[in-house]
Design a binder for this molecule. Sequence first.
Ligand code: GDP
Ligand code: GDP
Length: 439
Amino acid sequence: MKPVIALIGRPNVGKSTLFNRLTRSRDALVADLPGLTRDRHYGEGRVGERPFLVIDTGGFEPVAKEGIMHEMAKQTKQAVAEADVVIFLVDGRQGMTPHDKTITDFLRKSGRSVMLVVNKAEGMRYTSVTADFYELGLGDPYVISAAHGDGVNDLVDEALNLALASRPEEQEDIDESAKGIKIAIVGRPNVGKSTLVNTLLGEERVIAFDMPGTTRDSIEIPFERDGQQYTLIDTAGIRRRGKVFEAIEKFSVVKTLKSVSEANVVLLLLDAQQDISEQDAHIAGFILESGRALVVGVNKWDGLQSDRRDEIKMDIERKLNFLTFAKFHFISALKSTGISPLMKSIDAAYDAAMANLSTPKLTRALIEAVEHQQPKRKGSIRPKMRYAHQGGQNPPIIVIHGNALEAIGESYKRYLEKHFRETFSLTGTPLRIEFRSGK
Ligand code: GDP
Ligand code: GDP
C-alpha cells in the first residue's frame, strides 16, 4: 500500500504550492476537461521509485464549531487520523503564530508521526529561520522552499521512511500475491458496494479469503469468474462490514484513494434511486486524476419506473460528462442482473490500460490522423509530428516526437487522443498524449 502523507498548516504557509510540486507529473492527464469537479486536494506523487499519496488538508480551522469550516475540520481530522505521516508546514518568513500552536496541540493528540517543516526558507540560514519554532516541542524542524523545490525530495524521503517505520507490521509486497485484474469498488455509502461484493464472491467459487495479517488496513480477495482471475482490493472493509455498523460507517476519502491507487480498474458505483451528488462527482474526479481505468455501475436498476430511468440517465450526462472514456452499466447488485456485461467491460478496460502499442503502429496511426487533419499554424510556425512511441501503461502514454510541438493546441490534442482511442479500441482507460520537440 502506498504511504499517505497529509499536509497540514494554517492558510498561506505554502501547502498547495508543496502539493502541486509533489503531484505535478499527474496534472497533464486531466488538464482542462470540461465539467470536471476537480478536487485538487488529493493526489499521487513519486520520489525516485517510491510512490505515495498526498492530501492537502486545505484551510484547517481547528476551532470552528459549526458550518462549512467545521465540516472541513472534521474531514481534516479524519484525514490526519488515517495518514501515515503528517507534514506540518509553518511559514519561515512570518515566524510563529498562535494558530501554529493550536495545530500543534491537535496534532499531538492525534498520535500521528509529525514532521515540522519550515517553508519559504530559500536564501535563509537554518538557525535563523528555525529558531522560533523549537518552542512547539516537535524537535528539529526540516526546512524547505516549496516554491523553489529546495529540500523537498529529502523531506519526502524522510517522510516515507517514517511512514514505513510506523506501520504495525512488516510490509510484504502485496502486489506479488495479487492475481489477475485488481479491482477497487468505490462509491459513497449505501450505493450497494457490499451487496455487489457479496454477489460477486457468492456466485462463483472464492479461491481464498483473508490473507494473513488482519491488522492491515487493506485486504485483497482473489476470485474467479468465467475463467478470468480478479483480485478485489478492499480497503474500506466493505466485505467485512456487518449490518450493525452500517449506520456509523462514514465515507473515507483516504481509504477510497488507497484502493484506487492499488487497482488496475476502478468500478465506480452510483445509486440509480438517488440523484448524482457532489460526492459522486468528487469521487469520479479523483479516479480520473489517478489515471486508473474506470467502469461505472449504475446500481439499483431493479424495479425503477421508466421515467426515473430517463431522469437518472440525464442526470449522469449532465453531472459526469467528463467521464467520456468510461463504459456505463445499469445493474442490480441485489438481483444480480447486468453483472456479466459489467465484468466484460472491466476486462476490456484492463486490456486497454495495459495495451502494448508498437512504435510502427502508433506512427502509422499518427500519420493517418495528420493526413486527415493538420494542426493549425501558430504565426509562421507549423508543428511537425514525426513519430510516436508508447511511454507507459495504466494509463497508456503516447509520446509524439517532432518539431515545434509546443504550438499544438488543446483541441488538436483531443482530436489525436480520439483518433488513437478509436484506432486501438482503448475503451475504459484515460489516455495521455505527450509531445517531445527536437531542436
Ligand atoms: P496554502 O494556503 O498553505 O495552500 O499556501 P499557498 O501554497 O497558496 O502559498 C501561499 C503563498 O506563499 C503564495 O503566494 C505562494 O507563492 C507563497 N509560497 C509558497 N511556498 C513558498 C516558498 O517556498 N517561498 C516563498 N518565498 N513563497 C512561497
Ligand atoms: P454500501 O454502503 O455501498 O456497501 O451499500 P450496501 O451494499 O450496504 O447497500 C445499501 C442498501 O442498498 C442496502 O439496503 C441494500 O440492500 C440496498 N441495495 C444494494 N444493491 C441494491 C440493488 O441492486 N437494488 C436495490 N433495490 N437495492 C440495493
